[in-house]
Write a protein that binds this ligand. Structure first.
Ligand code: 13P
Ligand code: ZN
Length: 301
């Protein structure tokens, strides 16, 4: 059996296992879930998701919740307190990868590796309404995702829907050799290639080395995400936001590529960042002017 047939078999089984004969398109085949699954597979193919590394959450639209609801569990899980609270996400539904589950396997068995959780009225607890079979729970970084959704919803007037955490190796390597300072790292990334300032004109935030899955990391990231669309976690990885799967994945891809270019150029240059040819601050200003970007002036000399 080919990969596609086996994946299709899982899709069909996933829907019928949950609810018996339900009319409508199985959750696994609905557009939002296909986009979610594709992001997980693309990230795996990039090499960013060793073992259970990385996690993804998606804030569903009301129409998507309505289409998925016939497949929800008759008896959702009990409410689980998150230890954080956000009033602007009260009653929201999120698709989330599972704690300890592998992004590599999402495509083969979505309803085991991914779930849908509902947020309570007070915005401080979740319950599982679909998927994450066999005792699964949302990613250990769910508190981080949740707080950052709250901040990005506010910062984007509701446009942000996707948060994506990965372990892109060149970004992690950069945090071993550069000062852990948003200005220094953003400037290196902007100057890696001319598109970067267009793709993340606000720059990239940076945290120190912190405990994965911890509330402190969630709080530090959400403070930075008031300003930045992406935050680097030193010695860990990268956390990106976006209005859709393409923009969140694209931002991850661009920052990883810029980090790779900067690292390669450093190695080719004997470790020195004094490159023969670079992108000057005037070049960055010219790009920002041409594309009418709200570039972070504090990061320009
Ligand atoms: P989860 O398996 O809980 O999502 O954790 C993976 C990870 O990357 C933690 O930062
Ligand atoms: Zn991680």
């Amino acid at each position: 059996m080919g990969v596609f047939e086996s994946a299709q078999g899982m899709f069909d089984k996933g829907a019928s296992v949950v609810k018996g004969a339900v009319s409508g398109v199985a959750v696994e085949n609905q557009a939002f879930m296909r986009g979610f699954i594709r992001l997980c597979s693309d990230g795996w193919l990039q090499g960013w998701h060793e073992r259970n590394g990385g996690n993804v959450t998606y804030r569903m639209t009301n129409a998507e919740v309505d289409a998925a609801r016939p497949f929800f569990y008759d008896n959702p899980s009990s409410w689980v307190a998150m230890g954080v609270q956000a009033g602007n996400l009260s009653g929201a539904f999120f698709v989330t990868t599972g704690a300890g589950r592998y992004l590599r396997n999402v495509e083969l068995d979505p309803s085991y590796n991914v779930g849908i959780v509902e947020i309570n009225r007070t915005g401080d607890a979740w319950r599982l309404v679909w998927g994450l079979r066999d005792g699964g729970r949302p990613t250990s970084e769910f508190a981080s995702h949740f707080m950052n959704h709250s901040v990005r919803v506010e910062a984007t007037g509701g446009a942000c829907r996707v948060l994506y955490h990965a372990h892109p190796e060149s970004v992690i390597a950069l945090t071993k050799v550069m000062p852990l300072d948003a200005r220094t790292i953003t400037r290196a990334l902007w100057k890696a290639m001319t598109e970067c300032v267009i793709l993340f004109p606000a720059g990239v935030g940076v945290t120190g080395t912190m405990v994965p899955g911890g509330i402190d990391l969630a709080r530090a990231t959400s403070e930075l995400m008031k300003t930045y669309e992406a935050v680097i976690w030193a010695n860990h990885g990268l956390f990106c936001s976006g209005s859709d799967f393409d923009s969140a994945f694209g931002l991850m891809h661009a920052i990883q590529k810029a980090a790779l270019i900067h690292g390669q150029a450093l190695m080719m240059n004997g470790g020195s960042a004094e490159f023969a040819n670079t992108i000057s601050d005037d070049d960055l200003r010219a790009i920002a002017r041409t594309y009418n970007l709200a570039v972070n002036e504090a990061f320009l000399d």
